[in-house]
Design a protein around this ligand. Structure first.
Ligand code: URA
Length: 325
C-alpha cells in the first residue's frame, strides 16, 4: 500500500510539474485514502517540490512545497515519513532494479562538472558535447539496464528550441527526447506550426530518467539533478542559437530560467523570459494537454506557439491563426 501511495504522490508531483494546479478528489476517495494512509503522511518532499499537505476534496489545490530541501528532515531520520525521493546515500550499480540491490536507491548527483568544448563550427562543438554527455559516468550511473542517456536532437540551425523536463520510459529506451505519447503530441504541434520535427531542436533539462521506486511512473527532476544537467542544455542553446526557446511545463521553465519562488503557470505564461540571451516563452507541457484535454488549455498552448513563431519571424497562415476561432 505504501508503494501505491508513493506512486500517487509521484503522479501528483508530475501533474503539478506539467502545470496542473488542482485535482478533484471525491469525499469517498479521500476517506479511503485517509484510511489506507494510516500512520504515515501522504507527503514527504522531493527536491523539486512535492504535495506535502492532505488532499482536499472537490478540486483542491496541489499544495505547494513547504520549504527548501535543506530545512526538511532527512527521510532516514524522520520516522513515519515516506522516503524523500531526492537522494539516498550511496551510489547505485547499473544493475537490474529488481535484482539484489535495494528496491530504490538513487545514485548521488555531484556538483556540475566543468567542461570545455573544442573550437570549431556548431556541429563540431555539438558532437563533442553530445559525446561528453552520453559517456558521462554520472549520467550513466543512473540508468536502468538497457536504457540510455538522452541528449537533445534536431536541427543545429533551428529557429525554435523546445525544452522539456526529463526523459520518460520511452525516451530512456530509445535515447531520444519526446518520443513517447507526450512527444508524439509535441511532434503534431510542430507539424501544426508548419514544420517537421527535424527542423526544430528538442532538449531536456535532464539527461536521464529520474529514478523511481518502481519501473513505471515518472517524477520531476530534483534540484541537484537539474543543477548537474542544466549546463549541458544551456550549452546546446548557445550552440544552436535559436530565435526562440519554448519551455514546456513549469519544471522545465523553472529549471531553465531559475524562476524564484515556485511560481504557478498563470504567473509566468504570457510573458517573455530570457534563456542565455534567447527570448523564451513558457507554455504547458504536452503531457498536461494529454491529461487535461480541455479546449482552453489547447488554445493557450497554440497561442503560445503562434507567439513564438511570430517572434522567430516564421510565416503564419490564416488557417493557423484561425485554428481555435
Ligand atoms: N517529457 C519531457 O519533458 N521530456 C521528454 O523527453 C519526454 C517527456
Amino acid at each position: 500500500m505504501k508503494r501505491a501511495l508513493l506512486q500517487l504522490v509521484e503522479e501528483l508531483k508530475r501533474l503539478k510539474s506539467t502545470g496542473v494546479e488542482a485535482v478533484s478528489v471525491s469525499e469517498e476517495s479521500l476517506a479511503s485514502l485517509r484510511r489506507r494512509a494510516g500512520s504515515f503522511s501522504i507527503g514527504g518532499s522531493g527536491g523539486d517540490g512535492a504535495a506535502s499537505a492532505p488532499l482536499k476534496p472537490g478540486g483542491s489545490s496541489i499544495p505547494r512545497d513547504s520549504g527548501p530541501a535543506a530545512s526538511r528532515p532527512h527521510p532516514d531520520t524522520a520516522p513515519g515519513k515516506l522516503p524523500d525521493l531526492a537522494f539516498s546515500s550511496g551510489p547505485v550499480s547499473s544493475g537490474n532494479p529488481g535484482g539484489d540491490r535495494p528496491a530504490f536507491r538513487v545514485a548521488t548527483v555531484p556538483q556540475p562538472v566543468p567542461f570545455t568544448l573544442p573550437d570549431g563550427d556548431k556541429r563540431t562543438r555539438w558532437e563533442a558535447l553530445r559525446e561528453l554527455v552520453l559517456t558521462s559516468e554520472i549520467c550513466n550511473a543512473h540508468l536502468r539496464d538497457g536504457c540510455q542517456v538522452v541528449f537533445g536532437v534536431g536541427s543545429l540551425d533551428a529557429d525554435i528550441f523546445f525544452v522539456g523536463e526529463a526523459p520518460g520510459a520511452d525516451e530512456e529506451i530509445q535515447g531520444e527526447p519526446f518520443v513517447g505519447p507526450a512527444g508524439q503530441l509535441l511532434t503534431r504541434m510542430i507539424k501544426g506550426m508548419g514544420m517537421e520535427r527535424e527542423e526544430v531542436y528538442i532538449g531536456n533539462i535532464m539527461n536521464w530518467r529520474p529514478e523511481m521506486p518502481s519501473p513505471t511512473g515518472n517524477r520531476p527532476p530534483n534540484e541537484k539533478e537539474i543543477a548537474f544537467c542544466l549546463p549541458y542544455l544551456l550549452e546546446q542553446i548557445r550552440i544552436v542559437q535559436p530565435k526562440v526557446v519554448v519551455a514546456l511545463g513549469l519544471t522545465a521553465a523553472t529549471g531553465l530560467l531559475g524562476l524564484e519562488g515556485k511560481p504557478v503557470m498563470k504567473q509566468v505564461r504570457g510573458a517573455w523570459h530570457e534563456a542565455v540571451g534567447v527570448p523564451c516563452r513558457i507554455t504547458y507541457h504536452p503531457s498536461y494537454i494529454l491529461r487535461n484535454g480541455s479546449m482552453s488549455a489547447k488554445r493557450m498552448v497554440w497561442e503560445d506557439l503562434l507567439t513564438a513563431m511570430e517572434r522567430a519571424g516564421l510565416p503564419i497562415s490564416e488557417k493557423q491563426r484561425g485554428y481555435f476561432t
